[in-house]
Ligand binder design. Structure first.
Ligand code: BTN
Length: 249
C-alpha cells in the first residue's frame, strides 16, 4: 500500500492524518468526529469511499487506489460568513499542488479544478455549528473514464503521468495550510493567485442558481471572491451559483 504515514509525517501543524479503509463519505465521518469534539486539523482519508457526495446532491465516485477522497476539519476563528472562502482556498491549494507535479491546472470558480479543459478535482465545503468540513476529491491515477464521463472528467495521470497518492496528499495539505490562513487575512492575495488560474475570465458563461439563469461574460473575481459578470442587464457580483457552464463546452 502507498505510504501515507510518511506523507503525514510531513504535514504542517495542526494537520494530522486519520485513515479509514472504508467510509460512506469522508465529509460525514469528519462531521461525526467534529460533533464529538475532535480538534481542527484532522484529515480523514477514505481508502474506499462508497457514497461520496458532490455539490447539489450529486454523487462523487472515487475510484479506490487511483484517486484521493479526504476531508479536513477546521474550526475557523473567522465569522461564518467568510467560511465559503474555504472552497476557494481548497481549490487554489489543489491547483498549486498539481503545478508542483508539472501540470497546468485551471480553477473553475467556485471550486472545481480542471486539467486540459476537464474536471480533475471537486470540493465540497460543509459547515457545522462551530466547525467546517472541507471535502476534496481528486482524480489522480485513473487511466480512463467511462464513456459518459470521458468528455468531462480527467485525471492527473491522463494529463501528465502517474503520481504517488501520498505525495499528492502531502502537497495539497502543505498548500492548504497556507491558503486557509488567508480567508480572513490577506484574501486579496489569494484571489490574485486564483485569478492567475481562472478558466472563466473572458468567457461567455451560464450560471444557474435558485434565483434563475444568468448569462454573460465573466470579468474575473472580486477581491472578496465573488464572480464578476457583465451582460445586457449591467454588471453583477455573483456570490454563489449551483452550476457554472462555459459556452461551447
Ligand atoms: C463536486 O465537485 O461536486 C464536489 C465533490 C467533492 C467530493 C469529495 S470526496 C471527499 C469528500 N467526501 C465526500 O463525500 N465528498 C467530498
Amino acid at each position: 500500500m502507498d505510504n501515507f504515514a510518511a506523507a503525514a509525517a510531513g504535514f504542517p501543524d495542526p494537520f494530522r492524518l486519520l485513515i479509514r479503509d472504508s467510509v460512506q463519505s469522508t465529509n460525514d465521518d469528519v462531521r461525526v468526529l467534529a460533533d464529538g469534539g475532535a480538534p481542527e486539523g484532522l484529515v480523514l482519508l477514505g481508502l474506499k469511499q462508497l457514497a461520496g457526495r458532490g455539490r447539489r446532491g450529486a454523487a462523487w465516485f472515487a475510484s479506490p487506489g487511483e484517486s484521493l477522497a479526504f476531508s479536513i476539519l477546521l474550526r475557523p476563528a473567522e465569522p461564518k460568513a467568510l467560511w465559503p472562502r474555504l472552497a476557494l482556498a481548497a481549490g487554489l491549494a489543489v491547483a498549486e499542488a498539481m503545478e508542483s507535479f508539472g501540470l497546468t491546472p485551471g480553477i473553475k470558480w467556485p471550486n472545481d479544478v480542471w486539467l486540459g479543459g476537464k474536471k480533475a478535482a471537486g470540493i465540497l465545503v460543509e459547515a457545522g455549528k462551530d466547525f467546517a468540513v472541507v471535502g476534496i476529491g481528486i482524480n489522480v491515477n485513473q487511466e480512463a473514464f467511462p464513456p459518459e464521463l470521458s468528455e468531462v472528467a480527467t485525471s492527473m495521470r491522463i494529463e501528465g503521468g502517474a503520481q504517488s497518492l501520498p505525495d499528492v496528499l502531502g502537497s495539497i495539505i502543505a498548500r492548504f495550510a497556507n491558503c486557509s490562513q488567508l480567508i480572513g487575512g490577506n484574501f486579496g492575495e489569494m484571489v490574485g493567485r486564483i485569478l492567475e488560474r481562472c478558466v472563466l475570465t473572458g468567457k461567455s458563461i451560464t450560471l444557474q442558481s435558485a434565483g434563475g439563469i444568468e448569462r454573460g461574460i465573466c470579468e474575473g473575481i472580486s477581491d472578496s471572491g465573488e464572480l464578476l459578470l457583465r451582460n445586457a442587464n449591467g454588471f453583477q457580483r455573483i456570490l454563489q451559483a449551483d452550476e457554472v457552464r462555459v459556452e461551447g463546452r
